[in-house]
Design a protein around this ligand. Structure first.
Ligand code: COA
Length: 153
């Protein structure tokens, strides 16, 4: 089935939060931490975070989404999620490229946070040009890696 990538709107938020929750369960299990931010986000918080937001559809089914959070010239890639049964088929790569393309013109750097033990994710990000730029332990004790890359003209 062909994947269609398009802006995510308020009408999509219910479905997108459902997919996000399903996708992030494996990360929660990896770190034995059920209260990671993507799993405790509310519909209202999600609706308030649609300035740069992209979804992927297979037919009429929403199979993934990702958001960009702009702060000055930097944009964080956040809440990157693909439905479990659709993972590993290229949806994530398409979403990542689309959210980068949707960044406003003032953005010159993309960055993101991922778990230090999430090696599959880090491989995907490295292939997309991201490099580790720091690490820290969050308030629930998970070791995180910051990755970043410059925007190319
Ligand atoms: C991370 C995620 C959005 C990637 O989307 P995807 O559609 O599975 O990714 P793609 O199929 O486009 O790309 C596959 C690449 O992603 C990586 N990857 C990450 N998680 C994966 C998974 N569960 N299954 C397969 N590949 C995965 C691999 O490096 C793979 O590269 P490879 O082909 O060299 O093995 C998706 O797997 C997901 O929702 N994971 C759970 C939530 C999460 O961890 N989000 C990111 C937090 S930083």
């Amino acid at each position: 089935m062909t994947i269609r990538v398009a802006p995510l709107t308020a009408a999509d938020v219910g479905e997108a939060l459902t997919v996000q929750r399903a996708a992030y369960v494996t990360e929660a299990q990896r770190y034995t931490q059920p209260f990671i931010p993507p799993l405790v986000e509310t519909v209202e918080q999600f609706r308030a975070d649609l300035a740069v937001a992209v979804g992927a559809w297979s037919g009429t089914r929403l199979v993934g989404s990702v958001r960009g959070r702009v702060d000055g010239t930097r944009m964080e890639i956040a809440r990157f999620s693909v439905a479990p049964d659709q993972q590993g088929t290229g949806v994530g790569r398409a979403l990542l490229a689309a959210v980068e393309a949707a960044a406003p013109p003032e953005v010159d750097t993309f960055w993101l946070i991922t778990g230090a033990d999430s090696h599959d994710n880090q491989r995907l990000y490295r292939k997309a040009g991201y490099e580790p730029s720091g690490d820290h332990v969050d308030k629930v004790g998970i070791r995180l890696v910051v990755m970043a890359k410059p925007r190319r003209a």
